[in-house]
Design a binder for this molecule. Structure first.
Ligand SMILES: Cc1ncc(COP(=O)(O)O)c(C=O)c1O
Length: 387
């Protein structure tokens, strides 16, 4: 029997069937076709559906519904947070942005774009375990810092960041704090009143919702310049007719996620901890990336000396195990990961990382099969290397 084992949930998750059920009418029913900005019945029905979805997403992170801005994805929400806050701060004398070196490209490349616009950007290093260096952050912020952006958990190596402390450092110098919680929201409890953050990014397709729906939490009263201009949707923070089925699906996924988050996290830990323990015994030379304790429960990232990540992944794909490097692929080869470089690996080592991310439907049999394949492929590749 051909195996098909999906171990790339950090890239995206399948849509929960209950989410599909809630979305369907908004895709097929004629009476659900209204534009939420229209004042007639169909329009008001669509508006009510978005309002409910906004309530549900807000409940996932403990915010007020009015503080959720729906976007097209997590990348757009990250862009809006970083570009929107910095551009709004331009005339206030604060033109300094601080981010970590392991941010997602949606933050990293937004920061690079701001450099071209004349803003100053400081990039804070992380430890060998992928944890933000708080002392360097403390030294980097000043009274010109408008925003500090530090992700909650890293998408490649799963390391969980000290965002509480980072937010306090940002606030002490009068800066705002943004966190990208795209990877953490499905498995960690998030309450924007406990983490003193001003902006927080989430994405529906990482929590068993549809692709094409994201959200940015924006604390009440915060000033930012929209990145998408046009109509007055989303309280003038993001123009464009709302993606009604996408928002409905996001809301439904948020309800399910809040109800089963702890059980999901426990399930994932039960899969990945024994998996890594056995892998270390069978392949004693593997290098495991990320922090031993402060890590997402379902994500593992490792590399094998002498074995290219792309080669291992292609062989796993042939065996029916679908994993990824966590880093960008171009022309069939893996670009050295900026995250693995940030934790101290040189370019040749940084292209060897392999990320496996388990999900709700992953079983221990799936993990056992993946383990056997990784071990046999690695041994084969290493013995070829030695010839
Ligand atoms: C940490 C993190 N931030 C942002 C994003 C971008 O989210 P989206 O795919 O919804 O644009 C991702 C997606 O992989 C991510 O892992």
């Amino acid at each position: 029997m051909q195996h098909e084992i999906y171990l790339d949930h950090a890239a995206t998750t399948p849509v929960d069937p209950a989410v599909v059920d809630e979305m369907l009418p908004w895709l097929v029913d004629a009476s659900c076709c209204g534009n939420p900005s229209s004042i007639h019945s169909y329009g008001r029905r669509a508006r009510a559906a978005i309002d409910l979805a906004r309530d549900r997403v807000a409940a996932l992170i403990g915010s007020d519904y009015s503080e959720i801005v729906f976007t097209s994805c997590g990348s757009e929400a990250d862009n809006l947070a970083v570009l929107g806050v910095m551009r709004a701060a331009r005339n206030s004398g604060r033109n300094h942005l601080v981010i970590s070196s392991i941010e997602h490209h949606a933050v990293l490349n937004a920061a690079h774009a701001l450099t071209d616009e004349g803003f100053e950007v400081a990039i804070i290093p992380v430890s060998a375990a992928g944890i933000l260096c708080l002392n360097t952050l403390q030294e980097a912020v000043n009274d010109r810092t408008a925003l500090v952006s530090v992700m909650h958990a890293n998408n490649e190596i799963g390391s969980i960041q000290p965002i509480q402390e980072a937010a306090e450092i940002a606030h002490a110098c009068g800066a705002l704090f943004h966190t990208d919680a795209v990877q953490s929201a499905p498995v960690l409890r998030i309450d924007v009143n406990e983490i003193p953050c001003d902006l927080l990014t989430i994405s529906a397709h990482k929590l068993y919702g549809p692709k094409g729906a994201g959200g940015l939490y924006v604390r009440t009263g915060l000033k930012m310049t929209p990145t998408l201009i046009g109509g007055a949707q989303e309280r003038e923070r993001r123009a464009g007719t709302e993606n009604v089925p996408g928002c409905v699906g996001f809301g439904a996924a948020a309800v399910i996620s809040a109800a089963r988050r702890e059980a999901d996290a426990e399930h994932l830990r039960g899969l990945t901890v024994p998996f890594m323990d056995t892998l270390r015994v069978l392949l004693p030379d593997i290098i495991v990336h990320g922090d031993a304790d402060a890590r997402l429960p379902g994500t593992v990232n490792f590399s094998v000396p002498g074995v290219e990540g792309a080669t291992l992944l292609m062989n796993l794909d042939r065996a029916g195990v679908y994993a990824s490097s966590g880093a960008a692929c171009s022309s069939g080869s893996i670009e050295p990961s900026h995250v693995l470089k940030a934790i101290g690996l040189v370019s040749s080592e940084a292209s060897r990382g392999v990320r496996l991310s388990a999900g709700r439907s992953t079983t221990s049999e799936d993990m056992q099969y993946a383990l056997e394949q990784i071990v046999s492929i690695t041994r084969r590749l290493q013995s070829r290397e030695r010839i």
